[in-house]
Design a protein around this ligand. Sequence first.
Ligand SMILES: Nc1ncnc2c1ncn2[C@@H]1O[C@H](COP(=O)(O)OP(=O)(O)OP(=O)(O)O)[C@@H](O)[C@H]1O
Ligand SMILES: [Mg+2]
Length: 265
Amino acid sequence: MSLLEVDRVVVQFGGVTAVDEACFSAEAGRVTGLIGPNGAGKTTCFNVISGLQKPTHGAVRFDGRPVTTTPVHRRSKRGMGRTFQRLEAFGSLTVRDNVRVAFDIHRGVTGLVRSGAADVDALLERVGIAAYAGERADSIPTGTARLLELARCLAADPRLLLLDEPSSGLDESETDAFGELLAGLAAEGRGILMVEHDMDLVMGVCDVIHVLDFGRVIASGAPADIRSDRRVQEAYLGYSDVEEQPVDLTREIPAVPAHLEEPVR
Ligand SMILES: Nc1ncnc2c1ncn2[C@@H]1O[C@H](COP(=O)(O)OP(=O)(O)OP(=O)(O)O)[C@@H](O)[C@H]1O
Ligand SMILES: [Mg+2]
């Protein structure tokens, strides 16, 4: 049984089908990638999984139990954590206080008593942003703010992490460190489902990848299989190693340049 199961989920916004019978899963102890072109429906899937978006059809199961209509805070209490593509930290608080608030919210939700400062600083250290602890959240670089989002998410000790484009804004060495952090979190038994456009990171760290295109899962598999999948290459990676290219019948026929038109008599 998978930690997370997305079962034939459909999301329609008026006439737009953002997610179209999507089926995929994420396992505990594994990093799972969810990739696809802009507008493919990745964030909408995250919204359905985390409870911000009611699906038009379909079901979500977490740890074997249906959560399709479970409120966000209950999913969080059961162990689902999420970061946002658009950053959600409190700008006027310091980095440390942002994480402290996340700990306090978790304590309020679960009734757990935690030791506080030492936990907060350990978490900042773990995600690699201890040097920014005293800075206001609205003054730190975007990549650091994404790591702050992750720290806030980890404060709730989630069993499943949903990470929406977590590495954007990180430089190459920060991205490498981030990949190691993800592997370490998975090694603790957490499941990670990550939407990410950095293909080196995705191919390097994910155990399994699902590819969305126009709301549908067009491929699922190990990184090597995904990299060599022709549909994925055409839909997303922007190239095909197939020599014979089919004629694209949907292509617009260019207008005849004015100087080649028949002169008007
Ligand atoms: N609230 C909404 N109302 C109407 N249409 C929406 C809404 N949210 C998303 N969409 C549309 O649904 C489709 C999927 O959007 P979504 O944000 O899930 O894509 P995405 O894969 O996360 O893209 P990106 O890589 O750019 O973040 C797009 O066509 C988008 O315009
Ligand atoms: Mg998105």
